[in-house]
Design a protein around this ligand. Structure first.
Ligand code: ATP
Ligand code: MG
Length: 564
């Protein structure tokens, strides 16, 4: 699976494009677009579409437009527009000067609708929404034609103009395409093209009280922008005949090819904007950029890199049938990327005091430690070592089971980059009975990490020097949902939220080289995982780290099993 070869990816969409290039269908042009509706933040599913559309455009040296598909005022906002712009750019893509808004086409779209009326291909229908639904028919029965289908072109033009002018109540009339009430495809049974809706649009304000439906606006926006390949997700397969019908009636010079691919579904993850909005609004997460969210903003804050997300999108590829991608593949891509770029440091999440009884009280040594085991180019730093240290609480057990290889009374372990230490005894908190400190001796002969007499130890522990370490907060994140398919529970998907998806640790200690670590920087804490200095909450006064991902790689295990 490793991406070692650099040949461009191939998939059924690229095959279609290659065919079009051969036949000259679009005169050798390839132009794509990414068309989000600004009614929420982008998530990892959108990233798949972003990588696909921008990737294809780059490969075939054509443009990829960023288009806000903002034709439904409900729920759309400038905040979402700004987040989308920010996220696509952060993912590493560039639309140059081609940021477009479907709402900029409102006048043109309206005129196209007028043209359809003039051609006798659209009519103003005055049935109520319920009546329209009732008369649509079923899978086995054709629908009924609307009694208003026979309105004259003049009457339709007049009514449509008055709809626009605000003479009618919301819902009093709609504009429908005159196609075929007997079509086996429901979407072709005189679909609604325009509706009256008094709502303030975040860009056009109250200028309009009629708004085009998705099916009308989308194909025409694509055509206006001279898109060649309009790539969308599978659920739009049935909309394709309508997409083509509208463009055919208007006889436009530019008729893009709609191509559908399977959307990304990710285990333990919800990728529905509607649901994500609920999580934000109900306060189940701290916001769209909560590091547990599958949003680009959340992943960025968590510490995922754009490179890791792009690699993930390349590896999952594009296909024509729905499947569920294992979230551990995404985590694997993050680990793989951070493994290369993150400097190694030491930090202790749950500190346990260790006192080296035979180490001189005022002595401090400095150990020169490489920042990356495989990459000397990343340099080194000095770590102070002294009499009182912290180790990880879970690395010590007073009464260890047989297979416990770490520190315990009478046992000897190695400290990373340092000496062997041997546990003599413990001091307990008189009130709680918990081990408060561990007393050890160190062997001055083992400074190299090895004993001159050749004796071996079972474990190497990470540590920090108590007096020199920097107190920090660390936020441990786990999956937001505890079931593989959280969408399965239609009733209340919040029931499958993982109550332990966030744990905040307040008494962590990190090595002094991290003092003042810049927000946004990423490190591997040895033996623990990758950590990201929170871009919002971390400051010189108070360091805050987010755990990006642990070191344990369940994907590697899964793919290893697959090979056997
Ligand atoms: P939702 O269905 O979650 O409410 P949406 O898919 O309607 O959101 P849009 O803003 O319309 O959101 O999506 C913009 C583009 O991203 C569309 O072309 C859409 O097909 C694509 N997209 C959305 N979700 C996914 C996904 N899970 N996998 C791949 N592409 C997706
Ligand atoms: Mg959509």
């Amino acid at each position: 699976m490793a991406q070692t070869n650099l040949s461009p990816p191939s998939d059924f969409i690229r095959e279609i494009i290659e065919e079009h290039l051969k036949t000259g269908r679009f005169q050798g042009r390839v132009a794509t677009r990414f068309p989000p509706e600004p009614n929420g933040y982008l998530h990892i599913g959108h990233a798949k579409s972003v990588c696909l559309n921008f990737g294809i455009a780059a490969q075939y040296k054509g443009p990829c437009n960023l288009r806000m598909d903002d034709t439904d005022p409900a729920g759309e906002s400038l905040e979402y527009v700004e987040s989308i712009i920010n996220d696509v750019r952060w993912l590493g893509f560039d639309w140059q000067d081609r940021l477009f808004y479907a709402s900029d086409y409102f006048e043109q779209l309206y005129q196209f609708a007028v043209q359809l009326i003039q051609k006798g291909k659209a009519y103003v229908c005055s049935l109520s929404a319920d009546e329209i639904r009732e008369q649509r028919g079923t899978l086995t029965e054709p629908g009924k034609e609307s009694p208003y289908r026979q309105r004259s072109i003049e009457e339709n033009l007049d009514l449509f103009a008055r709809m626009r002018a605000g003479e009618f109540e919301d819902g009093a009339h709609v504009l429908r395409a005159a196609i075929d009430m007997a079509s086996p495809n429901f979407l072709m049974r005189d679909p609604i093209l325009y509706r009256i809706k008094r709502a303030t649009h975040y860009r056009t304000g109250t200028k309009w009280c009629v708004y085009p439906m998705y099916d009308f606006a989308h194909c025409l926006s694509d055509s206006i922008e001279k898109i060649t390949h309009s790539i969308c997700t599978l659920e739009f397969e049935n909309n394709r005949p309508l997409y083509d019908w509208i463009l055919d009636q208007l006889n436009l010079g530019s008729h893009p090819q709609q191509i559908e691919f399977a959307r990304l579904n990710l285990s333990y993850t919800i990728l529905s904007k509607r649901r994500l909005i609920e999580l934000v609004q109900q306060g189940r997460v701290t916001g769209w950029d909560d590091p547990r969210m599958p949003t680009i903003a959340g992943m960025r804050r968590r510490g995922y890199t754009p490179e890791a997300i792009r690699t993930f999108c390349a590896r999952i590829g594009v296909a024509k049938n729905e499947n569920l991608v294992d979230v551990s593949l995404l985590e694997h891509c993050v680990r793989e990327d951070l493994n290369e770029r993150a400097p190694r440091v030491m930090g202790v999440l749950r500190p346990l005091r260790v006192i080296l009884d035979n180490y001189p009280e005022t002595q401090v040594e400095e150990f020169e430690c490489p920042n990356h085991p495989q990459n000397p180019g990343m340099g080194s730093r000095k770590i102070p070592f002294s009499r009182v240290l912290y180790i990880e609480e879970e690395d010590f057990l007073e009464n260890p089971p047989r297979k416990f290889f770490r520190l315990a009374p009478g046992k000897e372990v190695r400290l990373r980059f340092g000496y062997f230490i041997k546990c003599l005894n413990v001091v307990k908190d008189p009130e709680t009975g918990k081990v408060a400190e561990v007393h050890c001796t160190y062997d001055p002969e083992t400074r190299s990490g090895f004993a001159p007499d050749g004796r071996k130890v079972d474990a190497t522990l990470h540590w920090v020097s108590a007096d020199h370490s920097v107190p920090t907060e660390v936020r441990l994140y786990d999956r937001l949902f505890q079931v593989a398919d959280p969408t399965g529970d239609e009733e209340d998907f919040t029931k499958s939220l993982n109550p332990k998806s966030l744990e905040i640790l307040n008494s962590c200690r990190v090595e002094p080289s991290l003092a003042g670590a810049a927000p946004g920087s990423k490190y591997q804490f040895e033996r623990l995982g990758y950590f990201h200095v929170d871009p919002q909450d971390s400051s010189a006064q108070k360091l805050v780290f987010n755990r990006v991902v642990t070191l344990r790689d369940s994907w590697a295990k899964i793919s290893e099993k697959g090979k056997r």
